[in-house]
Design a binder for this molecule. Structure first.
Ligand code: UDP
Ligand code: MG
Length: 310
């Protein structure tokens, strides 16, 4: 019996690239004729013809499977559904836009055969991406890697091939707020990293605006680090200390020079500063609290509308 490789592809409004992607992956599957394939497309509530295109493909090719969501749940949810519906001994997660080049599947598979449990990828350049975005991403990874106990690799992509046991480990984390980069790193296992230059999207447009990326980054932070909460306490200690010194200073000054009224502008500044920091800290706690709130509701991560995977 040949082993089965599941290719999980999350798609949101990707009608332009799916045919191109399918052609490419078919070529690779032909080259890798020593394993069987299933192509598991997760349609994340697309509003264009994505689902129809995938259904058409599945009519001619029994390897093509689809899961379609009742609405857009986001890429994390789509990946999660793909992993839990996949049947392969090995599972690959990739984007539909060919930014995760299928040609690497051969190497990825060979590394797993050599005894690794995961072959993960990272891009060493961010060519073709807006400069501001690259800059913030870089800073972001530096910061979160320091703040989190879980290792965060700069430029790591979700493109990876895993053994079944790794997939099961990932699925065993049942959290609602899923930050896959953190989850992948959290479960561990023997990982081989391969690097490549950034590839431009084959067609269509990116689904991420700067604001969305910013929110995603914050989510990652609250999911895998509690350092911001520590920061709130540190601010508290610092301000108590400053206040103490100021009190002693004011008392001594009053004893020596009496009590001339004045200095209200500086008072206003201090009140504003302290008020601002308090709000910042309450907001930070609020972020965590809102996560707890969402987790306790135990809502499903995604809702499947239709599928041909049994
Ligand atoms: N995607 C998804 N659901 C979403 C947004 C994106 O399944 O809500 C998929 C998208 O179809 C693509 C992958 O996630 O296959 C990566 O998206 P994109 O290429 O837009 O992101 P970028 O590569 O620019 O970071
Ligand atoms: Mg992309």
């Amino acid at each position: 019996m040949k082993e089965l490789v599941s290719v999980v592809v999350s798609c949101y409004n990707e009608e332009e690239v799916i045919p191109i992607f399918y052609d490419e992956i078919k070529k690779i599957a032909k080259k890798m004729d020593y394993v069987n394939f299933e192509f598991l497309f997760v349609d994340d509530g697309s509003k264009d013809k994505t689902l129809n295109i995938i259904k058409d493909l599945s009519k001619d090719d029994s390897r093509v499977k689809y899961i379609s969501f009742s609405r857009n749940f986001g890429k994390e949810a789509a990946m999660n559904a793909g992993l839990s519906y996949s049947k392969g001994d090995y599972v690959v997660v990739m984007d539909a836009d060919l930014q995760d080049p299928p040609k690497y599947l051969i190497d990825m598979y060979n590394y797993l055969k050599d005894g690794y449990d995961v072959t993960a990828t990272r891009r060493i350049t961010r060519k073709g991406e807006p400069m501001v975005r690259s800059f913030f991403s870089k800073m972001w990874y530096k910061l979160i890697d320091k703040m989190s106990d879980t290792e965060m690799v700069d430029g790591a992509r979700d493109f990876r091939m895993m053994r079944r046991k790794v997939v099961d480990a990932i699925l065993s984390l049942s959290e609602y707020n899923r930050y896959s980069k953190g989850i992948f790193s959290f479960v561990g296992f023997k990982t081989k990293w391969i690097s490549y230059e950034n590839v431009k999207r084959a067609a269509g447009k990116t689904k991420w605006s700067f604001w969305q990326l910013f929110k995603y980054a914050l989510d990652g932070m609250t999911s895998f680090s509690t350092a911001p909460l520590l920061l709130a306490s540190l601010f508290g200690i610092l301000f108590c200390f400053i206040a103490l010194i100021a009190i002693i200073f004011v008392i001594i000054r009053t004893l020596i020079y009496g009590d001339p009224v004045g200095g209200w502008p500086s008072l206003v500044c201090i009140i504003l500063l302290v008020g601002g920091i308090q709000l910042l800290c309450i907001g930070t706690i609020g972020r965590y609290l809102s996560k707890v709130y969402l987790e306790t509701k135990k809502r499903p991560i995604y809702i499947v509308d239709e599928t041909n995977q049994d």
